[in-house]
Design a protein around this ligand. Structure first.
Ligand code: ARG
Length: 499
């Protein structure tokens, strides 16, 4: 697995699972039960939460992957509280130093996450108070977990979207490389999965480049929607403290601030947009997967995948299976499922925060992992595939995909297209009866069907001629494909260093 696709931001968090009072061998997040007094919201309660209920409602098992963002957001909040004189400079410094220490602990896999503390926000806040005392209890002034979780998720998505975009670019680079390397390879273009017209293989690859270009842009939109700062909304209505939301936005480099506090804590549009952009991207990868699977079948034999990217069969010794594209095709369904799930979760939810919203994360995280992993393996598949040029050539020559060119030849001799189509159709039929191809016909045979045929007809229906002739803008000609390759390289250069 390429390091790009590895979920490095969660790996440490996932390693440090045993709770303080659990056996070190336990691989579950600790179910430590603090008495109601040690609960961050325990004041109103007489009984402690039922253990099963605790486990049911806790999100720590999955939201711990946002620990960096939670700490980053809290540091910005603490600085703002001091700048606004809501807490003392000294407390703010203690809080920031304490949070930095917690970050180090989590990074090093030395933090014990607790289910009883529900989520990443309370796990970190409790650890802070345990470590720095009373000052830790001032951090949550003028803040609610509702705007805190929104802030964390915005920060997290903003960072992740950039990673997805990098992986898209990486795949695009491989496509351009493969297109350039095979820029003279002709193969049949299909409609209805029937050979249609000869095209450049590079032209086909570049179609996927264009789709990925739109995907990239869609993720740019997701980034813009994640780049809005929700903190300061409080639980739902704002806060009685004289906070400075612009200060926090500046600290965290946000371009905008939510202008309505209810919207700030209820909005999950940016996640829906992410899931729909991810779904469309998976549609593209899935279509490409399907083609790769077909192309490396014996029936097509257009490409061969690298041995390192395939698996064998435990029973059939001859098998070399294209598992990777099959899995990518399969995983598309999983990402669509997450989109449908979140749409269903937020539909009919009253404003503002409802615990249902906690259900947003697992699907989004899984979709992220799936998309990143799929993009990374796909780049390897494209880089490693061998093109079987001769088989592609044969598929073009031993067929009738040059029949349109035969008709166009007559049109250029002033025959109306409809009549030319009819003549070409008859010639195809004639060839099928004789079990030959158009290239095998003699000039005399051509002339039986139209006196307009001349000695140049054989050249006119050569695959190279057919391809070169489709020189309309965006067409498959060598010249147009060279233009596409140059534009693609430019595009990559211009989009390569976003952050
Ligand atoms: N874990 C919660 C979530 O992911 C955090 C917000 C909880 N807010 C609350 N009022 N219970 O949505």
């Amino acid at each position: 697995m390429s390091s790009d696709a590895q979920n490095y931001e969660t790996s440490n968090a996932q390693r440090c699972v045993p709770a303080r009072n659990q056996s070190p061998n336990s691989n579950k997040v600790g179910a430590r039960q603090p008495g109601q007094a040690s609960r961050l919201w325990g004041g109103r309660f007489e009984k402690s939460t039922d253990e099963m209920i605790n486990e049911f409602q806790a999100s720590i098992n999955f939201d711990k992957r946002m620990y960096r963002e939670d700490i980053q957001g809290s540091i910005a909040h603490a600085k703002m509280l001091a700048a606004q004189k809501i807490i003392s400079e000294e407390d703010s410094e203690k809080i920031c130093a304490g949070l930095e220490k917690i970050l180090e602990q989590i990074d090093a896999g030395k933090f014990n996450f607790s289910v009883a503390l529900e989520d990443i926000h309370m796990n970190i806040e409790k650890a802070l108070t345990d470590s720095i005392g009373a000052a830790g209890g001032r951090l949550h002034t003028a803040r609610s977990r509702n705007d805190q979780v929104a802030l964390d998720t915005h920060l997290y998505m903003r960072r992740q979207v950039r990673e997805v975009q990098k992986l898209i670019l990486n795949l695009q680079k491989e496509l351009v490389k493969a297109a350039e390397k095979n820029s003279d390879v002709i193969f049949p273009g299909y409609t209805h999965l029937q050979r249609a017209q000869p095209i450049l293989f590079a032209h086909h690859l570049l179609a996927y480049f264009s789709m990925l270009q739109r995907d990239f842009d869609r993720f740019e939109g997701v980034h813009a929607r994640a780049d809005i700062m929700p903190l300061g909304a409080g639980a739902l209505a704002g806060t009685t403290f004289p906070i400075d939301r612009n200060f926090v936005a500046r600290e965290l480099n946000f371009s905008e601030i939510y202008s309505n506090s209810l919207d700030a804590v209820s909005d999950r549009d940016y996640l829906l947009e992410f899931l729909s952009a991810a779904s469309i991207l998976m549609v593209h990868l899935s279509r490409f997967s399907e083609e790769i699977i077909l192309w490396c079948s014996r029936e097509f034999s257009f490409i061969e995948l690298d041995d390192a990217h395939c698996t064998g069969s435990s029973m059939m010794p001859q098998k070399k299976n294209p598992d990777v594209p099959e899995l990518v095709r399969g995983k598309a369904g999983r990402v669509f499922g997450h989109l449908t799930a979140l749409l269903t979760t937020v539909k009919a939810l009253p404003l503002a925060y409802n615990k249902d919203l906690q259900e947003d994360k697992e699907g989004v995280f899984d979709a992220l992992d799936t998309v990143k992993f799929s993009l990374a393996v796909f780049a390897q598949i494209v880089a490693g595939m061998k093109i079987r040029k001769e088989n592609m050539r044969r598929a073009v020559e031993e067929d009738f995909s040059n029949a349109t060119d035969l008709a166009d030849y007559l049109v250029k001799k002033n025959l109306p297209f409809r009549q030319a189509h009819e003549v070409a159709g008859k010639l195809v039929h004639f060839c099928i009866e004789k079990n030959i191809y158009l290239k095998d016909l003699t000039l005399d045979e051509f002339k039986i069907f139209s006196p307009l045929f001349e000695a140049d007809i054989h050249d006119a229906i050569l695959p190279e001629t057919c391809v070169a002739a489709r020189n309309s803008q965006g067409g498959t000609s060598f010249q147009q494909v060279a233009i596409q390759i140059a534009a693609a390289k430019d595009w990559i250069k211009n989009h390569g260093n976003n952050n």
